[in-house]
Structure formats: structure tokens, C-alpha cells
Ligand binder design. Structure first.
Ligand code: SAM
Length: 375
């Protein structure tokens, strides 16, 4: 694919085409999971009758999926629906990489290149989630205000209009950027697709952030308000030292924390936690609980079966589990887990959303819930 030059010299060519056509999707993902992300996009696009190919390099933490036949914006809208994709943290509608932006006049080059995009409601300069990307964070911070001012002067930045798309520039280095758009209501609402969560000092473990993020990403605000209410009952399998339990009691749920290992002592002082030193695969509550959460280190297929069985038997209504992935064939393994869950629950209306969260390493997180009209 020829690189598009964006120096003053060739600005006429850029003006003629802007960054049209937006003929590809741009996905951000965890570094090292580009192949899984590509396989997933390829599979989903094929299911929707779209042909294309992924351009991905291991370790980049992003990839493009170029559409060669089919409607790219329809594909973008379909795949941007909440809970649709597992491995991308963010999905955008993108144009070709802008290269050779002259360091002395990047703004001029971008202004011309972006003229064809039309008005946008916001501009986010982003980097890939890699060490190289982190090193560019200062550049992005400094560059955002002058570029916003320039776009506003050109009438392209209109923050008051929420119906407009947001413009994303994925900065690969000081002179190379990928222009992309997100439409209102589509994709992740957080820069780089990463919710900024702080580790509270009193939390028993860093793992607490995984459940916090899962609740933010896998549930909508309305669902959190309905499904996580004070006084609800939960079971936490593989609870020690208690980071997930802590998230639940923070929201005033009562928790049975199942683990042979010790829990941080102040959890027990809360009066909301009962510690059971039992095998998480054997423990079942005497009466149905609202929530099951599970972070046991086990084969993902065993956890998937367990979660589906809890739901099938009505032991819980909602469930969040962490699935630890193998080193190889990770996309296939996740797909196998989903098949097992859907098969077990084929006569039980259910909702399943799976994502690789920012705080997930070689893991994905899943929400599984009964749909029974009781909300
Ligand atoms: N979610 C916890 C937190 O936020 O602090 C961390 C959980 S740690 C990753 C996994 C835990 O699963 C370990 O404490 C381990 O003892 C527990 N575990 C593994 N297999 C288990 C089983 N069969 N039954 C109960 N607990 C188990």
C-alpha cells in the first residue's frame, strides 16, 4: 500500500481525497494479541458477508482490517455494538496512514489531510499501548491544544454538537499517524479504550481492578444500577486475598468468599463477608444468590462449564468470570468456552459478553446472566 505524503509539497493530492475512503477498521488491543484480534475481526466480517484482510504486526497493540468488498461503515456499526468483540479494546473507522508529516509543520499537513473528514465533536490523540507508545504521551499532550485550535479555526471542531463523530489520531511517531473516527454511541468511551481506574490503598490486591473494570466495561450504567444493589448476595470463588470480594462489599453486597487461602483480615471485620475454606468447584449456595464471581486459576473450559452450570441450575442470576488463556490457540480456546456455555444454556435465555480488559493479561473476562424479564 503506498504511503500517503502529507507535507506541504503534495498537499493538493491530499486535499483532493481527504482521508477518504475510510476503507478499514482500526482496532486497539493488548500487545501480543494482534493475531487473536485479527482472527476475530476476520471471522466476524465473514459472518456479515464482508471481505477483507487484516494488517497486523505482533507487538504493535493495534491492527487494521482493510475491507476489500462490502460496506465498511455497516461493518463498523455492527461490530461496535456493546459486547460484540472480545479482543479489540477500541474499534474505529479509519483511513490510510498519514506519513512524513513535516516536523516543522505537522499542523499544516494534518489540517490539509483532515479537511475531507468533515466536522467532528472532539479530537483525541492516542498512542498504542506499548513502551514506544508511552514515550509519545508527552508529544500527544503538547500537540493536542494547537491542533484543536487549528481544527476549530477551520470550522472542523464543533464540541457543542454531540451528533458528530470523534476524531482519533493514532500517533505512531512524530510524523506518522493513523486518522480514524468513532461515531456517537459506538466503541469504547475511554481514550485508547482504557478506563482509568485507580488502585485504592485499602484494596487487598491489584486483581481488584479486574472486577472493577469488568463491571464498568461489561455492564451499562443502567445495568449496574439494577443488578448491583445493596443487600444483594454474592459468591466469590477463588477469593483470596479478597480484591474481588472488596469490590462487592464496597457496593454493600453480602459475600461468601470461597478459598483455602487467607483473606485480608479487615474484609471479615466488615460484617458482610463469610469465608469458606472449600473447593470452589464443589461449593454451591443453599439458596440462589444474585451474583457469582470467579477468579480461580484453572483451565478456562472448566470455569466456563462451572459458570454455565450455576446459571442453568439457577444458583445465580449474574456471573462474572475470568478465563485464563493458554499460550497457543487462544482465540480458538475462547470460542470453545463460548460454545460450551451456549450449548449448556440453549434452553435458558441468557446474555454473554466477553472482553479482554486492560487489566486482563493472558486472560479474558466474561459476564453471563439470565434473561428472565425480572428486571
Ligand atoms: N480475585 C482474587 C483477588 O482479587 O484477590 C485473586 C484470586 S487468585 C488469582 C486465585 C485464587 O484462586 C487463589 O487464591 C487460589 O487459592 C484460588 N483457587 C484456585 N483453585 C481453587 C479451588 N478449586 N477452589 C477454591 N479456590 C481456588
Amino acid at each position: 500500500m503506498p504511503a500517503r505524503k502529507t507535507t506541504r509539497r503534495n498537499s493538493a493530492a491530499i486535499l483532493a481525497s481527504g482521508i477518504d475512503p475510510m476503507d478499514r477498521l482500526l482496532a486497539y488491543c493488548r500487545a501480543g494479541f494482534e493475531a487473536e484480534c485479527a482472527a476475530e475481526l476476520q471471522q466476524r466480517a465473514a459472518t456479515l458477508g464482508v471481505q477483507g484482510y487484516a494488517r497486523a504486526r505482533p507487538g504493535d497493540a493495534y491492527l487494521s482490517y482493510v475491507v476489500s468488498a462490502g460496506d465498511v461503515s455497516a461493518l463498523y456499526r455492527q461490530l461496535s455494538l456493546p459486547g460484540c468483540l472480545i479482543f479489540p479494546r477500541q474499534l474505529l473507522l479509519a483511513g490510510e496512514t498519514l506519513r512524513d508529516l513535516a516536523p516543522g509543520d505537522r499542523i499544516g499537513g494534518l489540517r490539509e489531510a483532515l479537511a475531507g473528514v468533515g466536522a467532528v465533536r472532539a479530537l483525541w490523540l492516542e498512542t498504542a499501548d506499548t513502551n514506544e507508545g508511552k514515550a509519545l504521551a508527552g508529544f500527544c499532550r503538547k500537540f493536542t491544544s494547537p491542533l484543536c485550535r487549528a481544527l476549530a479555526t477551520d470550522g472542523l471542531l464543533r464540541p457543542a454538537d454531540p451528533t458528530l463523530p470523534r476524531l482519533h489520531l493514532l500517533v505512531l511517531d512524530g510524523s506518522t499517524m493513523i486518522p480514524a473516527l468513532s461515531l456517537p454511541g459506538c466503541g469504547s468511551p475511554w481514550p485508547m479504550g482504557i478506563p482509568r481506574l485507580k488502585l485504592p490503598r485499602e484494596a487487598p490486591s491489584r486483581s481488584t481492578l479486574k472486577l472493577d473494570e469488568a463491571l464498568q466495561v461489561l455492564l451499562s450504567e443502567a445495568e449496574r444500577a439494577r443488578w448491583l444493589r445493596p443487600g444483594m448476595r454474592a459468591v466469590d470463588l477463588g477469593a483470596a486475598p479478597g480484591g474481588w470480594t472488596w469490590q462487592l462489599i464496597r457496593r454493600h453486597l453480602q459475600v461468601v468468599a470461597v478459598d483455602n487461602g487467607p483473606l485480608q483480615a479487615d474484609l471479615l471485620d466488615s460484617g458482610l463477608v463469610e469465608h469458606r475454606r472449600e473447593d470452589g468447584f464443589r461449593y454451591r449456595p443453599r439458596r440462589s444468590v444474585d451474583w457469582l464471581v470467579c477468579d480461580m486459576v484453572e483451565q478456562p473450559i472448566r470455569i466456563a462449564r462451572l459458570a454455565a452450570d450455576w446459571l442453568y441450575r439457577g444458583d445465580c442470576r449474574h456471573c462474572i468470570v475470568n478465563l485464563k488463556l493458554p499460550m497457543k490457540r487462544r482465540f480458538q480456546e475462547v470460542s470453545r468456552c463460548l460454545d460450551v456455555i451456549h450449548e449448556r444454556l440453549k434452553e435458558t435465555p441468557h446474555l454473554l459478553r466477553v472482553r479482554q480488559l486492560y487489566h486482563d493479561r493472558e486472560e479474558v473476562s466474561a459476564y453471563l446472566g439470565r434473561v428472565d424479564g425480572r428486571d
